[in-house]
Design a protein around this ligand. Structure first.
Ligand SMILES: Nc1ncnc2c1ncn2[C@@H]1O[C@H](COP(=O)(O)OP(=O)(O)O)[C@@H](O)[C@H]1O
Ligand SMILES: [Mg+2]
Length: 334
C-alpha cells in the first residue's frame, strides 16, 4: 500500500489515531470480527455497514461504522460527497441532531477502498430499541412521539423544496435519547434525540437518487442482483421517502422488539398527529393490520435475503475461492 493511497481523513473535532485504524482494518477478521488482531466488539450490523467499538485506548468513546462496498476510489469519493451533503441537510437545514462525527477513508491491504464513519459512542441503554424495553409504557409512547416529531421535520423540509427530497430510516434503533438515565428510565416530551444512521444518504435531486443505486446492491449476492435491482430499488428505497411508510416501519419495530402491546396506544398518538399537526400532508390514518402485515412481509424479506447472503458467502469461500468482503450478522431474533 502506498501512503498516497491514504486519503480523506476528516475527523471534525476528533483526534483520530489514523495509523491505528489502518492497523485495525489490516487485522480485521470479517467472518469472526471478535477474533480480529485488534480486539473489537460489534455494536450493530447493517445492510451496508458494520458498527464497531475498537478496544484500544486511542479509540475510547468512539463508534466506527465500516463500509466496504466500494470498488474504486471514484465510487467512494462520489459517495462521500452525498454522505456529507446528507449530514449537512439533516443537521443544518432540517434540524435533526446528529452525534459528533467524522470519517476516514483509505485503500486497505487488499486494495479495496474502505470508509469509516466515526461517531461518539452513545450509551447502549439510551438507544431507542433498548430504551423502549426499560421505559414505563406511557414513556415508551412519548419516545415514539418524539421520533415522530423528528421525522416530521424531514417532511416539512421536503414540502418546501422544489427539486430536493430527503429520505430517512425512522426505525427506533436509529435514535438515541440524550441524557438518558438507565437507573430511573424516563422520557419527557421534547427530549433531545440524536440520529445515528447516516450511512445511507437518501437524497434525490429532481427525482434522481444521489447515492449510486448500484451501491445499495453491492453486498447482495450476485445471483440475486437482477431481481433485487428491479424490486429493491423501486420499493425498498422509495419507502424511505414516504412519511406514512416510514411511520409504519417505525411502528412495526414494536413487533421486532416483542412489544406489540404498545401498538394500539401508538396508533392513537400517530393518527392524532396525522389529523392535527401533519394535516397538510393529507395522510390516511394507519390501521393495526397494516402494521402487522408490513412487519410479517418485512421480516420474511430480510430473513430470506440474509440466508441468500450466507449462501453467497459459502459460494465465495468454497466454490469461487475468493474472499467474501462483507460481514454478516448472526441469527436475528424476531
Ligand atoms: N454512535 C453510536 N454509538 C453507539 N451505538 C451505535 C452508534 N451508532 C450505531 N450504533 C449501534 O449500531 C446499530 C446500527 O447502526 P446504524 O447506524 O443504525 O446502522 P445500520 O442500521 O445501517 O446498521 C444502532 O442501532 C446502534 O445499536
Ligand atoms: Mg439503523
Amino acid at each position: 500500500m502506498d501512503s498516497t493511497d491514504i486519503d480523506f481523513i476528516n475527523p471534525t473535532g476528533f483526534k483520530i489515531d489514523f495509523a491505528g485504524l489502518v492497523e485495525f482494518e489490516r487485522g480485521l477478521d470479517p467472518i469472526h470480527p471478535e477474533r480480529s488482531a485488534v480486539p473489537c466488539r460489534v455494536l450493530g450490523f447493517g445492510e451496508i455497514s458494520t458498527v464497531f467499538e475498537i478496544h484500544a485506548a486511542t479509540f475510547d468513546g468512539l463508534a466506527f461504522k465500516r463500509i466496504s462496498i466500494f470498488e474504486t476510489r471514484e465510487e467512494l469519493s462520489k459517495y462521500l460527497l452525498t454522505y456529507q451533503e446528507y449530514n449537512r441537510l439533516l443537521e443544518q437545514d432540517i434540524g435533526v441532531h446528529l452525534p459528533r462525527h467524522g470519517h476516514a477513508a483509505f485503500i486497505n491491504q487488499s486494495g479495496r477502498p474502505v470508509f469509516y464513519i466515526i461517531q461518539s459512542k452513545l450509551p447502549v441503554p439510551a438507544i431507542g430499541n433498548k430504551a423502549m424495553n426499560l421505559l414505563p409504557r406511557e414513556d415508551a409512547v412519548i419516545l415514539f412521539e418524539c421520533v415522530l416529531h423528528e421525522l416530521y421535520k424531514v417532511w416539512i423540509f421536503n414540502q418546501r423544496q422544489a427539486d430536493c427530497q430527503v429520505g430517512i430510516d425512522g426505525q427506533v434503533s436509529n435514535w438515541v435519547i440524550n441524557q438518558f438515565d438507565p437507573i430511573q428510565p424516563r422520557v419527557e416530551p421534547g427530549v433531545q434525540l440524536s440520529y445515528v444512521d447516516t450511512s445511507t444518504p437518501f437524497i434525490r435531486y429532481h427525482g434522481v437518487e444521489q447515492m449510486e443505486p448500484e451501491l445499495f446492491l453491492r453486498s447482495a449476492p450476485s445471483f440475486l442482483a437482477w431481481i433485487l435491482r428491479w424490486l429493491f430499488l423501486k420499493d425498498v428505497v422509495a419507502r424511505y421517502y414516504d412519511f406514512r411508510l416510514v411511520v409504519i416501519d417505525l411502528l412495526a419495530n414494536c413487533c421486532k422488539e416483542q412489544m406489540p402491546e404498545l401498538i394500539p396506544d401508538l396508533l392513537v398518538m400517530v393518527n392524532n398527529f396525522f389529523a392535527a399537526q401533519a394535516r397538510s400532508l393529507n395522510l390516511e390514518p394507519i390501521e393495526a393490520k397494516e402494521v402487522l402485515s408490513y412487519y410479517r412481509e418485512d421480516a420474511l424479506i430480510w430473513s430470506l435475503y440474509l440466508s441468500m447472503r450466507r449462501v453467497d458467502r459459502f459460494l465465495h469461500h468454497f466454490i469461487l475461492f475468493r474472499p467474501y468482503p462483507y460481514i454478516l450478522p448472526g441469527r436475528i431474533k424476531r
